[in-house]
Design a binder for this molecule. Structure first.
Ligand code: ZN
Length: 401
């Protein structure tokens, strides 16, 4: 049996006044997704527990069949896995944003989309300042997205589940002093953040940025901490060998953590200009080698963050025509197969941000019943009454023989 999962990230949405009360998914022309729904199972799943922040790290973990309440430790360990950074059992990974704080407020959680080469120099300043400390290790990433590791040496890390940090994108324009780290190890994190303020004020790359009237990084912001999640390999859990196609680090990291191979596709950007057809072709190639192939497309989420319902519809139509259609046609030639289409979480065009709540899933193929006979949309999925409140159970159902 061959299996394919296609994830249109954040595609679930609300009815839109501008679309005569239809959601982007309902308004989009997606005949191949509709075909899956008409010949298979249509329903709703909730991948993001109410107690957790909504995002692809939590949603994808659930979509892959692992309960985030049990396994999710933080966002940084998943990003560390994406970069191939191995964590010891007691090591902690922490997200290290380069941010701009002005007048005590979070002015930019990206430090004005700081370029990677300048970001790297600033991270090196931090690493140099901490090089007398055996525990801290900074890793430069892309732009403002960097990582800090706490390497435990024969002891215990100062952090625990009560260590509390705040994502900087949640506090844009708000005073930062109410949102600083709290709980176990918070004083260590605060000390590093304070130190970065002084170091960055004098750092040459920052002064050059200010001179060019660009936003300097005034400090680091530490958040998203966690230890490596103890995820059973997908192969052991479900008995199939998998691969993932994505342009997004979080998805690469999640894939690596469950033992998938990560397939890089030239032209995959993680944005609305991504090469959809290349992703479809690579998915078909991968299905010749692997039992299970995941294709993740970020463009639907990006369109939502921009508040652009029409761009979201366009992205859905491209995913349908260039990925779902060709992959499904290929699977029909190989014998036994199943195909599943499901986003990780809703992202509302109205609020331009990730939301909690149910998302529509649809799957068809060998041994799966029909329940709907309807097109793929939020409303049609709700009408079937096939509801999966703990979304991680969807994968078990998809894989069960
Ligand atoms: Zn997502």
């Amino acid at each position: 049996m061959k299996y394919a999962l296609i994830i249109p990230d954040g595609c679930a949405d609300e009815p839109q006044p501008a679309l005569d009360g239809r959601s982007p998914l309902a308004a989009a022309n997606v005949p191949h997704m509709d075909e899956v729904a008409r010949h298979g199972v249509l329903g709703l799943a909730d991948h993001v527990p109410a107690s957790m922040p909504s995002g692809s790290d939590v949603g994808t973990m659930s979509l892959f069949g692992y309960d985030p309440l049990q396994f999710h430790t933080g966002r940084a360990p998943i990003e560390a896995a994406a970069q191939g950074i191995a964590l010891g059992p007691d090591d902690w990974a922490i997200r290290c944003n380069l941010v701009n704080v002005s007048d005590g407020r979070m002015a930019s959680f990206t430090a004005g989309q700081i370029p990677s080469d300048i970001g790297r120099q600033l991270i090196e300043v931090m690493q140099h300042a901490c090089c007398g400390d055996e525990h801290w290790k900074f890793y430069a990433g892309v732009s403002y997205r960097n990582l800090l590791l706490y390497r435990t040496r024969d002891g215990r890390a100062p952090f625990s589940s009560d260590t509390y940090t705040v994502p900087p994108h949640d506090i844009t324009d708000q005073p930062i002093d109410q949102h600083l780290p709290m709980g176990s190890g918070a004083c260590d994190l605060r000390a590093l953040m304070e130190r970065s303020e002084k170091l960055f004020a004098e750092a040459e790359p920052n002064r050059a940025r200010t001179a060019r009237a660009e936003l300097p990084a005034t400090q680091i912001w530490l958040w998203g901490q966690g230890r490596a999640p103890a995820l059973e390999p997908f192969l052991d859990r479900f008995g199939v060998r998998g691969a993932v196609i994505t342009a997004v680090d979080l998805l690469r990291g999640m894939g690596r953590l469950v033992g998938f191979d990560v397939i890089e596709v030239p032209g995959a950007t993680g944005y609305t200009d991504t090469d959809y057809a290349a992703k479809g072709r690579y998915a078909i190639d991968a299905l010749k080698k692997y039992d299970f192939v995941v294709v993740h497309v970020e463009a639907t989420d990006e369109a939502s963050h921009e508040g652009d319902a029409h761009e979201k519809i366009k992205a859905l139509e491209r995913i349908d025509a260039d990925i779902v259609g060709p992959v499904h046609r290929y699977l029909q030639t190989v014998g036994d197969y199943r195909i599943l289409v499901c986003p990780d979480h809703p992202t509302f065009v109205r609020t331009r941000t990730h939301s909690h709540g149910f998302v529509p899933f649809t799957m068809c193929g060998t041994g799966l019943k029909h329940n709907a006979g309807a097109d793929y949309s939020e409303a049609a999925a709700a009408a079937t009454g096939d509801i999966i409140p703990a979304g991680h159970n969807l994968m078990r159902r998809f894989m069960s023989r």
